[in-house]
Design a protein around this ligand. Sequence first.
Ligand code: TRP
Length: 364
Amino acid sequence: MSKEKIILTGDRPTGKLHVGHYVGSLKRRVELQNSGNFDKIFIMIADAQALTDNADNPEKVRQNIIEVALDYLSCGLDPAKSNLFIQSQIPELCELSFYYMNLVTVSRLQRNPTVKSEIQMRNFETSIPVGFFTYPISQAADITAFKATTVPVGEDQLPMLEQTKEIVRKFNSVYGETLIEPDILLPDNKACLRLPGTDGKAKMSKSLGNCIYLSDTEKDVKTKIMSMYTDPNHIRVEDPGQIEGNCVFTYLDAFSKPEHFAEYLPEYGNLQELKDHYTRGGLGDVKVKKFLNNVMQEELAPIRARRAEYEKDIPEIYNILKKGTEVARQKAAETLSEVKSAMKINYFDDAELIKAQAEKYGNN
Ligand code: TRP
């Protein structure tokens, strides 16, 4: 049986998307979209999931839906090829979650490493909202509702995918083959797995103010790059410098291509030569930062230009989301109907059940 190749992925709308999202996932999505290898592509703005830890701040989520949509479109996601949609507008996802909840234990949820670290980060230890605690189940509903075969996400989502697979296996073994086990698709460039913040901290986060946003102006990007964290012991140009933990080089690992050297830094053949020179000493941070700025501006300029176009007609963006949501809802409804018949909770469509019950009571 040849099965359709379907992508489902998404982001929580809690802020604008940054270059970490871009190299970690968005860029790949656009490539996958344009590869023509997929039958259907669903890209979800996960507002309901965002509410699981922002219940007291729905306005933040509401405001950021358009930001994320603009970021998607400006990166090159094309509504003619990819369905962009809003999670909360698909009630079928809640229904699926409700049935999947019976297939997962509390202790299994407690072992989910991403949930564990998020609970710590948010100081939820003593008062975890139930909705937050169970979001891996709702994420399994997101993925399975669309019969996704491929889920391109960052590394932090690996535990969610594992949990989804377990739910799929459990469901299929209890109720019969119905759901599809998805494969995770991680970035293949190691630097892209988790791009550090511009201050060298392991994670980019809005509250740390260490992000380069896709919607930043050319000037903002330059300022942020020129003040990036490098090697604190590399004080004079002649000092030997360290590459490891040096953000500028991590970003170059993620963004630079051999062609960039010929264009902007012809004294070096490739990134390794640049790194070698830095390690030996005699190469200043400013020169490397200027190069990084050229490389990143080249990548970000077309994104910024597309964003400016899309920003001219915001109602049209909501329209795109509405249409995408309609298509997505249809697919989710189909799956839910299959799930309910597999579970035999489709009573009114079950002529055999009605007949058997009637016979039991001696009807004829
Ligand atoms: N958890 C993802 C994030 O934090 C968002 C998300 C929700 C998602 N449902 C999903 C990603 C399904 C992939 C598949 O960004």
